[in-house]
Design a protein around this ligand. Structure first.
Ligand code: PRP
Length: 212
């Protein structure tokens, strides 16, 4: 039996559809109940819905053998897990953004508001730049508007949130997408099942790519 942590929400439903297409269906997953764990013993899978940012914790600690986590979470927390496959969904970018027309003052330390303090720290360290990180939990976009920070480091998908708040992306940090990840021991001790599922998902993704 493979225990699989799915990220709750819109992305999770698309991810589950991909698993189902790859032959690992478990229709109860889509039931509108409040249940969080679903099993299809015939297919050898048990799915559970968890908060997207918690998937890596379940996988790292072995409560899940496999999971689907955003590259943003993987880069931020750098959990000790295997990244097996890019699912090519949930695509977005990690960016630095600022108020339209922002000019940096070279005499002051740049203040960056973010939910991703490790990504931001590493990014600016790689450019040998000193910054003051202001950690927030959401609505990051209002920080530069209220003068709490000069820039933000955040996820941009369609760009609508930036646009509607008079901000613009000024630097690209990295592309983000959903990744299939595995617990280290599960990868070793359930290797045949893990490899088979990974291959079947990869085949579905390749078929989708071919039709675009
Ligand atoms: C993310 C991000 C932006 C928004 C960008 O927030 O923090 O606010 O999406 O999307 P857009 O470019 O399509 O407008 P999310 O919805 O994950 O919520 P949160 O920041 O409150 O966690």
């Amino acid at each position: 039996m493979l225990n699989i942590a799915l990220p709750k929400g819109r992305l999770g439903e698309k991810v589950y559809a991909l698993f189902a297409e790859a032959g690992y269906e478990c229709p109860a997953v889509l039931s509108k109940s409040r249940k969080l764990i679903f099993e299809n013993s015939e297919k050898g899978v048990r799915y559970f819905w968890v908060k997207p940012s918690d998937v890596a914790i379940y996988v790292e600690r072995g409560a899940a053998d496999l999971g689907v986590a955003g590259k943003d979470i993987i880069e931020e927390y750098q959990p000790n897990i295997y990244e097996l496959l890019d699912l090519k969904m949930g695509k977005c970018r990690m960016c630095v953004a600022a108020k339209r027309g922002f000019r940096e003052d070279p005499d002051r330390t740049l203040r960056a508001a973010t939910k991703f303090k490790h990504i931001a720290t590493r990014y600016y360290a790689s450019r040998s730049k000193d910054i003051d990180i202001i950690e927030l939990n959401g609505s990051i976009e209002i920080a530069p508007i209220l003068g709490l920070s000069d820039v933000i480091v955040d996820i941009v998908e369609t760009g609508t949130t930036l646009y509607e708040n008079d901000l613009e992306p000024i630097e690209d940090i990295m592309p983000i997408s959903a990744r299939l990840v595995a617990n280290n021991s599960a990868f070793r001790f359930k290797n045949a099942e893990v490899e088979q599922l990974t291959q079947q998902l990869a085949d579905v993704i390749a078929r989708k790519d071919a039709t675009i």
